[in-house]
Each structure stands twice: as C-alpha cells, then as structure tokens.
Design a binder for this molecule. Structure first.
Ligand SMILES: Cc1cc2nc3c(=O)[nH]c(=O)nc-3n(C[C@H](O)[C@H](O)[C@H](O)COP(=O)(O)O)c2cc1C
Ligand code: SF4
Ligand code: SF4
Ligand code: SF4
Length: 649
C-alpha cells in the first residue's frame, strides 16, 4: 500500500475510483477492511521503524535537520554517518533526519534510539567514534553528553536533561523524533487521526463547540478565543470561505512557528483541514516569510505527500469534504504579521493594515469570510480533536488552557525553545529550564512578548504565566519571545532598542504610530546620550498613552509597552539618567565613567598597553588612571585586566 489510491495487498479491492477511506486508521489501529499476513507485515514494519522498543536490536540514529543544526553542520554529520554505518556493516540501524529539538545552541544534535541518548555539538569528525563505540559495542561516548550548567552533571539520556524535564511537549512532541519529510511517520505516530475522528464523529458545528470547550486561545499574540473566532467565520455568509495560517513570525528572536513547520508540518495541515471543515472553507493559504526557506520546503513536501495520499484534495477520506492548500511566501516585514496586512499581502497588495470592522471573519481574503490563525494554534487542533476539548481544558490555568512554546534567549545558560504548561512561573522557565543566568551574574528582568511586550523585574519571578496575568503585570504573551537580562543591561537603553525596531517597522499609514513613536524614540535617545531633561518622563507617558489609544493596528497600539513597563519597574534608572547623568548599569557610554580600583591595581600596564586611544596612564608597578575625557568606553581595558581592577562608576 503506497498511498490511498493503491491496493494494500492482494486481497484489497480499492483502487483509484474507490479509494480506501479507512487507510489512516488501518495504519495505526488496523486491520480494518480485511485481514492478511502480507498487510499486517507491511504495517508492523512501519510501526516498528518509528516505535522502537528496548527488546528489539534495531536502532535509529536521529540527526537534527532543523535550521539551527543545519547551519552548524548537521548535513555533513548525516552524510558521514550514513557512510560510516554502511562501512561498518551495521544493517539493523536506520539513519534519519528530524526537525528541531529546540536546543539549537547544543547543535548539531544526534539522538540514538531506542535508548534516547543525547549527543550535542557533534561534528563529522565525531561520527566514527559514535559508530565504533556506541553502535557496534554499546559503549556511550561520554564526551558528547550535555553538561548541566549549574551542577556540572553529565546527562546520558535526553530525558535527564533539565532543559526538557519541566517541559510538556504536546505541539512539539514529534519535533526531533520523526522525519518531517515522511508522511508515514506522522501517520504511525497517530497523525491525521484527529481528522478522521472529526469526519466520523463530528458535524461542523460540533467541531466549533469542541474547540470552544478546549478553551484554546490564539497563540499568535492577542490570545483571542479560538472557538469564538471559528464560530464567527462559520456563521458568516459567503459562498466562498478561506482558512489562512499566519506563519509570518516577525518577532526578532522567535522561531517557534518555524520549528513547528520544519519539524511537524502535517500537524499544521491537519489543523487547517479541521478548521476548513468546521467553518465551511475548501481552500487554505499558509503565509510564510521567505526568510524561512527550509520551513517552506518541508511544508511543500508535506502538502505534496498529503495530496498524493488523497488526504488533501477532493472528497478527503470519502468524507465528501474537499480542501486544497497553497503557500504564499512573504517578504518579511513585521507589520505583514498583522492579520489584515497579511491578507492584503496575499492579495498582492502592499502589506498595510485595514480598518476594522469588518473583521476577517466577515471580510477577509478577497473580501470573503476568512479564518486566520497562527501556526501553533492550528498545531493544537489535532490534539484537541483526538483527545477531546475537556481533556485539553484540564491542562493549564482557568483562563489560559494547554501549553505555550517560548523562545528563550538573552543572558541565560540554556537558550532554545521550550513548550511549557500555562501557569508555570517565570522562575521555573528561567532558572530550571533555562539553567539560570550566564556567568554567575544577577537576574535583572525578562522582556516577554516580543518587541511590543514588557519587562518584568525580580519581584515578578513567581508570576504564573498566562495571558491575563502577563497583561496585568504590564507585559504580554505575544508570540512567546522571552529575552532574559542580567545586571549589566540598561533598561532605558533596552526600551530604546525595542522602540527603534517598532519605529522602523511602522508602515506609516496612521499619524500616531508614524510620528508619535519617532518623537518617543528621539526622547529616549537623548536620555541615553546624557541630554535627558526634566519633564521627559511625563512626555513619554503622555505620548505612549495617546499612541496606544489612537493607532490603527496592534503595532502602534503596543509599541509603547517596553517604555511603559520599564518606567513602571525601573523608573529610578530613567531618573538617574536624567537627573544624575549616570547610567546605573554602566551601559550607556555617554553616562558611564570607567575607574580603576587602587586596592586591586598592581600596575601591570596591560590596560594601558591595550587601550586604543591611550586614555590610561601610570608607571609600571604603580596604580593606573583613566582619563574620562579621552576614554571611549570601548571596554578593552576591562577585558585585559587580570586583577578585575577596572569598574564602571
Ligand atoms: C504588528 C503585528 C505583527 C504580528 N505578527 C504576527 C505573526 O508573526 N504571527 C502571528 O501568528 N500573529 C501575528 N500577529 C497577530 C495577528 O494579527 C493575529 O492576531 C493572529 O495571527 C491570529 O491568530 P491566533 O488567533 O491564532 O493568534 C501580529 C500582530 C501585529 C499587530
Ligand atoms: S499603527 Fe503603525 S503599523 Fe499600524 S497601521 Fe498605523 S502606522 Fe501602520
Ligand atoms: S591591567 Fe589592571 S592591574 Fe594592570 S595596570 Fe591596568 S588596572 Fe592595574
Ligand atoms: S574603555 Fe577603552 S578607551 Fe577607555 S580606557 Fe579602557 S581601553 Fe581605553
């Protein structure tokens, strides 16, 4: 049985004109129509290949082929591994690629199943040792184990690594474990069974009710209840309707949607098909930014395979429902992630937001009723349909159900993607999963929610994360970007950095966003350059309020958030910059003076010898001094002083 159109064995009566509608169930729960040894053997071989068991001698070497690992050389590792396994005469071991594990800084990552051994930072030169020691002789290659940043413990197995232990991987379950380029692997791990259940047990209206029961809220930023959005689109009048997937992912540092598309593309296709069935749409678009070539390639392949299997196309699985899916590559403007700008962009127009209402549910793509959701939102749908809305609603918090994928970056030991249950605290994410702050420094704040999010200080570390708690703390879920800052980060400069981004990305359609963010940025720049004036804070607050209240789209409505949240929690830093002309974090060059501690300096002259502008004077074995008039704050002397005698005063 190659696909839905072909016979599974000699007893099979199905052909092109009468495809088997039980194909998918048969793969995982069969036999369904008839029983035959030939059929069973084929099915079992496929299941065995993916679900390895400890009793069996066969192994799978899984090489991560997500963007991060590919960039650090995993394709070479794969080629050399394939050859080495062959040369060693090992026949019961398959070498396969997977999507991203979310721990890209450890890449290239190689997992050996069924043991679940995790090797990080593997290069082509390490392959021979893995084959000789592990695959041939059952000895593990310890030097490639992951070392826990705090305890220094070496973890043998994937399941022991702290980064993964506190995660609850539902949407990312398949990422890193199946080959995303093979539809069969998705199917034998239960893929498309949510779709079958939808067709067999649910009317369109019942699907909408099930999604409502699940309590799922949109993962693209705003957290709008997904079931309600589906209901609006289902009720909208229109002969043609569309389902659109927002895979623009414009937030700097975020890569969760890309990872899902690269590692588990069929989950998004399945979610969109269920959505199409629920709202009465027969055509869908996935809008992916062109900077994601691998995600586009994997999605194209997945669509082609689903079409070949008769899953996408006409009369899907004999249900009478038809659905086709297209990809639209976007040119990568942040504002094109805004839903109405995205729709304009698909239509070939300039990606600028539309005035709402009407909302896309009534007038969306080509002004027809359109359902638009985010990648992660769609990827949750098959899980809801398979396990039930009530099951889903039992996870997470009262008003935010399920899990959320976060992108952890910044001054943290373990950077990467983490899928956690809603309600987990920031402390657990940053210190348990993230392994704490780098280089033993002190935690200062976390910027959560992307460029339009907010910064939360130490006293908010025990905040349970959900949509509403974050908003009341002055931040937002956004798409799930989480940037951790240590004591050396200046919060005024950070707010300036994020506002620079949103200001650059403003499409210019409305005055408050176009001009207002510019004025805010000018003030922030002045403050960080030492020219802050009395009244600046009040002007910033006034401008922020009016930009939020009067901008046309979410970009302008949220752009002032980083400024407002830093003013809320770190007002003293603004005051120090303006009133004392001093940057407490020592980051703003114009407001930072470098000094040498006479108690520590032994006059070794290293600083003076390395200073590019000859700002340091002092005799050998005498305490040295820095001339602040000449010093450019480049930091070279700090790096060179072995006595740690130079500090920012
Ligand atoms: C400036 C801006 C950028 C956005 N970028 C994205 C994005 O990259 N991906 C996304 O899914 N939603 C993005 N959104 C949110 C979308 O407008 C929309 O709310 C979301 O895609 C709806 O899907 P959901 O209900 O599943 O969250 C952005 C919104 C704004 C205002
Ligand atoms: S708020 Fe900004 S990005 Fe949105 S429409 Fe207005 S100018 Fe464009
Ligand atoms: S490098 Fe450090 S110890 Fe040496 S002279 Fe400079 S400040 Fe003093
Ligand atoms: S910060 Fe740079 S310019 Fe200033 S004293 Fe040190 S080395 Fe010289």
């Amino acid at each position: 049985m190659e696909n839905l159109m072909s016979a599974c064995c000699s007893k099979c009566t199905h052909d092109q004109s009468d495809p088997c509608k039980d194909y998918l169930l048969c793969r995982t729960e069969g036999p369904i129509c008839h029983d035959s040894e030939e059929c069973r053997a084929k099915r079992q071989a496929l299941i065995d290949k993916v679900h390895l068991s400890a009793e069996k001698s066969n192994r799978r070497v899984l090489i991560c082929a997500g963007t991060g690992c590919v960039a650090s050389g995993s394709r070479d590792v794969q080629q050399v591994m394939l050859q080495a396994v062959k040369d060693a005469g090992i026949t019961d071991c398959e070498v396969s690629i997977t999507g991203c594990h979310g721990f890209c800084e450890q890449g290239p990552i190689v997992i050996v199943e069924p043991e679940g051994v995790f090797y990080g930072g593997v290069s082509a030169d390490d392959v021979e040792e893995i084959v000789e020691k592990h695959l041939k002789n059952g000895e593990l290659v310890e030097r490639l184990f992951f070392t826990e940043p705090n305890s220094g413990d070496k973890d043998k197995y994937y399941r022991d690594i702290m980064f993964y232990k506190k995660q609850e991987r539902m949407v990312l379950k398949n990422c890193g474990h199946i080959n995303p380029e093979k539809i069969d692997e998705y199917i034998v791990t239960g893929g498309y069974s949510g779709l079958i259940k939808t067709f067999t047990d649910f009317t369109s209206q019942k699907v909408v009710e099930e999604v409502k029961t699940s309590g799922l809220r949109g993962r693209g930023g705003g957290g709008f209840p997904t079931g309600l959005k589906w209901q609006f689109t289902a009720q909208a009048q229109g002969d043609v309707k569309y389902v659109v997937c927002n895979a623009d992912e414009g937030d700097p540092g975020a890569f969760m949607d890309r990872s899902i598309l690269e590692g588990n593309p069929h989950a998004v296709i399945e979610g969109m098909m269920i959505a199409g069935y629920a709202v009465g749409a027969t055509e869908g678009y996935v809008y992916v930014r062109a900077e994601y070539p691998l995600a586009i390639k994997r999605l194209e392949r997945a669509i082609a395979q689903a079409e070949e299997y008769g899953i996408l196309g006409g009369n899907v699985l004999g249900s009478g429902f038809s659905f086709k899916l297209k990809i639209k590559a976007g040119a990568g403007a942040f504002v094109c992630g805004e839903e109405t700008a995205l729709l304009n962009s698909i239509q070939g127009e300039r990606g600028m937001p539309r005035v709402r209402p009407p909302f896309p549910a009534n007038e969306g793509l080509w002004y027809k009723p359109t359902l638009l959701n985010n990648v992660e939102t769609y990827a949750n749908i098959p899980i809801i349909m398979e396990k039930g809305g009530d099951w889903y609603a039992s996870r997470g918090t009262e008003k935010s159900k399920g899990t959320k994928v976060f992108a952890l970056t910044g001054k943290i030991n373990n950077t990467g993607l983490a899928e956690v249950p809603m309600g987990i605290t920031l402390r657990e994410i940053i210190f348990d999963i993230g392994g704490g702050i780098k280089d033993g420094k002190k935690y200062k704040a976390v910027q959560i929610g992307g460029p339009s999010g907010g910064c939360l200080p130490e006293e908010q570390l025990d905040l349970p994360i959900d949509y509403d708690s974050l908003i009341s703390a002055g931040a937002m879920m956004g798409s799930g970007g989480l940037v951790v800052m240590d004591e050396t980060t200046c919060m005024v400069d950070l707010a300036r950095y994020f506002l620079t981004f949103t200001q650059n990305e403003s499409c210019g359609k409305c005055v408050p966003c176009r001009e207002g963010t510019k004025r805010m940025l000018e003030i922030l720049t002045r403050i960080t350059e030492g020219d802050g004036q009395e009244g600046d804070i009040e002007t910033l607050e006034r401008l922020a309020k009016s930009i939020k209240n009067t901008s046309l789209c979410g970009l302008g409505q949220t752009a002032p958030n980083p400024v407002l949240s830093t003013l809320r929690y770190f007002r003293n830093e603004y005051e120090a910059h303006i009133n004392k002309k001093w940057c407490p974090a020592g980051e703003c060059k114009a407001l930072t003076v470098l000094k040498i501690d006479p108690e520590k300096c032994n006059g070794c002259t290293r600083c003076a010898r390395n200073c590019p502008v000859e700002a340091i004077t002092g005799e050998v074995k005498q305490v040295h001094e820095i001339d602040p008039e000449i010093c450019t704050n480049c930091g070279t002397c700090i790096e060179n002083c072995r006595k740690e005698a130079i500090y920012k005063g």
